[in-house]
Design a protein around this ligand. Structure first.
Ligand SMILES: NC(=O)c1ccc[n+]([C@@H]2O[C@H](COP(=O)([O-])OP(=O)(O)OC[C@H]3O[C@@H](n4cnc5c(N)ncnc54)[C@H](OP(=O)(O)O)[C@@H]3O)[C@@H](O)[C@H]2O)c1
Length: 361
C-alpha cells in the first residue's frame, strides 16, 4: 500500500523542527572513499531513496540491456518518463536483471498532455502496463506547463504554436494526490522543472508537500539558494543532467543555448585536479559533489565502463574541495525549452538568460 506523504497538518505540527533542523532528510553516507555502504536518503514519506541512480532518457534500443546491467552492478534507483518512450524497455531490463522489484526505487513522469485530472490515473495505468509493475515508487509531474489533452504529446496549431491545456498544474497535482491516497499504484509524488513560486503554490493549495523536486543541478548550475529552500521544506532534490553539458543533446536541440558549448564537465581542470587527489575522474567528482550536498544524482550512460565509473562516485569530498567546486557555478542552465513550450519556465530561478528575451543562439 501507499505511504502517506507529509500533509499540511503534519507539516504544521513539525514546523519548528523543519525550521530548526539542518535537514529533514536522514543521510546515511560512507565515511571514507573505501566504505561500501551506498548513501541513501529518507523522503518526507518515510521511504528511502538511493543517492546514486540511473537515467534512461534516449537510446531506447540500449535501455533494456543497460538498465539490467546497471541494476546487476548495484544501481537501485531508476529514473524514466512517459515521454522518453522507453518504459517498456525499462520494465524488461528490470525483469532481466533478476533484482527483486521491491529492492528497486523506480520513478516515472507524467507528460504534459495527460495533465487533465480525468486523465491522470489512466496515464499512470499506461506507464505501469509498459513498466510491467504494479506500482511506481515515485511519480513526477514532468514540467509545470499543461498541454492540450489528447494523444499528441506536443499538440500544435496550424502555425506550429503549442496548444496549452485548460487545467492548471494544481488540478493535476490534486489528481496525483488521489492516486496516492486511493490506489496502491504510486507511493510518492513530486515535481520536476518547477520554479520556486510554482512549488509554493502547490504547497499552499494542496495537502501534499512534494517528496522530490527533480531539477537541473550540476557544478555549472548549483542553484544554491533554491536548493537550500527546498531542503528546508523537506523536499528531496534529484539532480538531472548531473554532468551538465556532457549530453550532446544540449548542443544539438533546437532550443540549445550558446552556453551549452562551454567546456564539458569531463575537461574541467578544477574537477580534474580534485579527482587526482582521490584517484577519481572529473565525472565522478561532479557526481560526488551532488551526493555530498545531500542530493541524489541520476547520470545516464549506455556504456559499461561509464556505468561502473558512475557507480564508484559515492565517496566523501573534503570541505576544501567542496568549496573549490562552489566556484564553478556559472549559472549555466542547459535545459530550458521555454520558447518551444511557450511557457516561461524557471521564471524566478537562475540561468534563464539565453531565453529571457525570446532567443537562443
Ligand atoms: N526531468 C527532466 O526534465 C529531465 C531532463 C533531462 C534529464 N533527465 C533525467 O536525467 C538523466 C540524466 O541526464 P542527462 O542524460 O541529460 O545527462 P547526464 O547524465 O548528465 O549526461 C549524460 C551524458 O554523459 C555521458 N556520460 C555518462 N557517464 C559518463 C562517464 N562516466 N564518463 C564520460 N561520459 C559519461 C553519457 O554518455 P553515453 O550516453 O554515451 O554513455 C551521456 O552523453 C536522464 O537520462 C533522465 O533520466 C530528466
Amino acid at each position: 500500500m501507499s505511504t502517506p506523504q507529509l500533509t499540511r497538518t503534519t507539516l504544521r505540527k513539525t514546523l519548528s523542527s523543519l525550521l530548526h533542523q539542518p535537514s529533514t532528510c536522514t543521510i546515511t553516507r560512507p565515511l571514507t572513499t573505501h566504505a561500501r555502504a551506498p548513501t541513501t536518503y529518507t523522503l518526507n514519506t518515510g521511504a528511502q531513496i538511493p543517492a546514486l541512480g540511473f537515467g534512461t532518457f534516449q537510446d531506447p534500443n540500449s535501455q533494456e540491456s543497460t538498465v539490467s546491467l546497471a541494476l546487476q552492478r548495484g544501481m537501485r534507483l531508476i529514473d524514466t518518463a512517459r515521454v522518453y518512450n522507453v518504459e517498456k524497455q525499462v520494465g524488461q531490463g528490470i525483469k532481466k536483471s533478476g533484482i527483486p522489484r521491491e529492492d528497486i526505487f523506480l520513478g516515472t513522469k507524467l507528460w504534459c498532455n495527460d495533465y487533465h485530472p480525468e486523465d491522470v490515473e489512466r496515464a499512470v495505468d499506461d506507464s505501469l502496463r509498459d513498466l510491467d509493475t504494479p506500482y511506481v515508487d515515485l511519480l513526477l509531474m514532468h514540467y509545470p506547463c499543461t498541454f492540450k489533452r489528447g494523444e499528441e504529446r506536443f499538440p500544435r496549431d496550424g502555425q506550429g504554436r503549442m496548444i496549452h491545456g485548460e487545467t492548471t498544474f494544481v488540478d493535476t497535482w490534486r489528481a496525483m494526490e488521489r492516486v496516492v491516497k486511493r490506489t496502491g499504484k504510486v507511493r510518492a509524488i513530486g515535481v520536476s522543472n518547477f520554479s520556486k513560486a510554482e512549488v509554493e503554490m502547490l504547497i499552499r493549495e494542496s495537502d501534499t508537500v512534494p517528496a522530490v523536486h527533480q531539477m537541473e543541478v550540476h557544478p555549472y548550475l548549483q542553484q544554491k539558494g533554491f536548493n537550500e529552500w527546498l531542503h528546508g521544506q523537506g523536499i528531496h532534490v534529484v539532480q538531472f543532467s548531473p554532468l551538465g553539458n556532457m549530453n550532446d543533446f544540449y548542443r544539438q536541440t533546437g532550443w540549445s543555448k550558446e552556453i551549452a558549448h562551454m567546456m564539458r564537465v569531463i575537461d574541467q581542470p578544477v574537477l580534474k585536479e580534485i579527482g587526482e587527489k582521490y584517484g577519481k575522474s572529473p565525472v565522478q567528482v561532479a557526481l560526488a559533489w551532488g551526493i555530498n550536498s545531500g542530493r541524489s544524482v541520476i547520470p545516464k550512460s549506455v556504456i559499461d565502463w561509464q556505468i561502473e565509473e558512475n557507480l564508484a562516485a559515492d565517496f566523501e569530498l573534503m570541505p576544501e574541495d567542496m568549496a573549490r567546486i562552489a566556484t564553478l557555478d556559472a549559472k549555466a542552465r542547459f535545459n530550458d525549452p521555454s520558447l518551444d513550450y511557450e511557457w516561461r519556465l524557471y521564471g524566478d530561478l537562475e540561468g534563464i538568460d539565453g531565453t529571457v528575451r525570446g532567443r537562443t543562439h
